[in-house]
Design a binder for this molecule. Structure first.
Ligand SMILES: Cc1cc2nc3c(=O)[nH]c(=O)nc-3n(C[C@H](O)[C@H](O)[C@H](O)COP(=O)(O)OP(=O)(O)OC[C@H]3O[C@@H](n4cnc5c(N)ncnc54)[C@H](O)[C@@H]3O)c2cc1C
Length: 405
């Protein structure tokens, strides 16, 4: 016996950031929701995990922020941008009453979200629960087939939400259309260090940009320093031959990396991925909707996926506040696009400036990014919806170097 009912208002497939946040937010509207996650929870996943102020504000609205902070993850108030030995320091500005970022380990963040969703009124949550197919009535999705602890069951629902990540089974089964694809441009590897010595101010997200590579680093739980390394993907075959050695050498080759890790010790394995394709997928259809990476993804250099998953879950729940209807889901799709599109364009030009940034945009950045205040303003493009790519780059033209179609 699986112990779950035969029907719910909503079934959510995938129980990490997007799925658990959606279950929590939907619970406030009185829905009976089934949340199914195939992995054991809590557990880790392949991802670094910096959350900008807008994502932290979403955690606050979901009423889980206090618990996330109680895990001991420090507040991050600054952004240090290094170019060789030179650097600028930006403040993180306030969004919805939050003026700091956080970098909680995914085991911590996803574990809290999943447990809190499981405790929310109207939500039934199961881990070790894999969705194996969708139920249909003509073109409409009417539920899921799942396997929980080896038991198979069919569950009917008015709406099935795919929060099942970039390889979304829900998206595949409904044939969600793909658009605006950005081919993977960089490979990404990361690890955790103890006894790191970050330059002042210590409560900063530190980046160092080389011509073809990048490091991003900040404090996470247990006093550890997370260090992410990303490089143009044309030398990936060489890098992967001995990824830990290359990762360590190349991080240390950045002056700030050498300073940061001079006395540090790597205390984790170095994990990574060959590259992440950017895309949008059709956000909804009859009886289904997608959220989180299932609907949209950017290059990890943007550090936005967790943020968009949390906020997307809220936008989806807002759209369903007065009932489930296809027309309301269109409002969700429009809100998602409006907030994420400017940041998607930004991800293109920072992930692969050689492919997507026009010369005029490069010159504009060179002229503008000369003070801490100017960097503070530029960084708002990452997390403040009131600042948009088109507005910022207007004097240099807002197109990407590669034609958008
Ligand atoms: C190297 C790297 C670094 C990153 N760094 C950052 C960062 O610093 N900041 C940031 O904001 N984002 C970052 N991201 C992006 C971030 O990891 C994702 O955007 C985020 O995990 C998306 O959350 P999600 O809940 O949509 O999907 P996921 O985290 O992928 O969760 C989907 C869940 O669905 C479950 N699932 C899948 N299929 C089924 C099924 N059939 N039945 C049941 N369950 C299923 C999976 O087990 C999984 O747990 C990074 C990504 C990478 C790869």
């Amino acid at each position: 016996m699986t112990g779950i009912a035969d029907s719910y208002d909503i079934v959510i497939v995938g129980g990490r950031v997007a799925g658990s946040a959606a279950a929590l937010a939907l619970s406030r509207h009185g829905y009976r929701t089934l949340l199914l996650e195939r992995a054991a929870m809590p557990s880790d996943t392949l991802s670094t995990h910096f959350i900008w102020p807008d994502g932290v504000a979403a955690l606050k609205r979901l009423d889980v922020l206090d618990e996330v902070r109680a895990s001991g993850v420090p507040e991050i108030h600054y952004f240090q941008s290094w170019d060789g030995e030179d650097r600028l320091v930006a403040d993180l500005v306030e969004i919805d009453g939050v003026d700091f970022g956080l970098c909680p380990r995914r085991t911590v963040l996803d574990g809290i979200l999943f447990r809190r969703a499981a405790e929310a009124p109207g939500v039934e949550a199961r881990d070790h629960a894999r969705v194996t197919g969708l139920l249909r009535d003509d073109a409409r999705i009417t539920g899921v087939e799942c396997e929980i602890d080896g038991e198979r069951q069919q569950v009917r629902a008015e709406l099935v939400i795919g929060a099942d990540g970039r390889n979304s089974r829900v998206a595949r089964e409904v044939g969600a259309e793909l658009s605006d694809v950005m081919p993977a441009g960089r490979y990404w590897y990361y690890g955790y260090f103890e006894n790191a010595t970050p330059p002042e101010p210590e409560d900063a997200f530190i980046v160092s940009s080389g011509e073809r590579d990048f490091i991003g680093s900040t404090r996470t739980n247990d006093g550890l320093q997370m260090v992410l390394y990303g490089a143009f993907n044309d030398d990936f075959d060489e890098f992967r031959q001995d990824h830990e050695k290359h990762y360590t050498e190349r991080v240390m080759a950045h002056p700030v990396g050498g300073q940061l890790l001079a006395d540090a010790r790597l205390v984790s394995q170095v994990s990574g991925i060959a590259g992440i394709e950017g895309y949008y997928r059709q956000a909804h259809g009859p009886g289904w909707a997608l959220v989180g990476d299932a609907v949209h993804q950017k290059d990890p250099i943007a550090g936005r996926g967790v943020n968009e998953a949390l906020r997307g879950a809220e936008w989806l729940a807002d759209a369903l506040a007065d009932g489930i209807a296809d027309a309301r889901l269109e409002g969700y799709a429009e809100r998602l696009r409006a907030s994420t599109w400017p940041k998607y364009k930004l991800a293109h030009i920072v992930a692969r400036s050689d492919l997507y940034r026009t010369d005029a945009q490069g010159e504009l950045l060179g002229e503008r990014l000369v003070s801490n205040a100017a960097l503070t303003e530029f960084m708002r493009l990452w997390y403040d919806d009131r600042r948009t790519f088109d507005e910022y780059f207007a004097p240099a033209g807002t197109a990407l170097a590669v034609a958008e179609d």
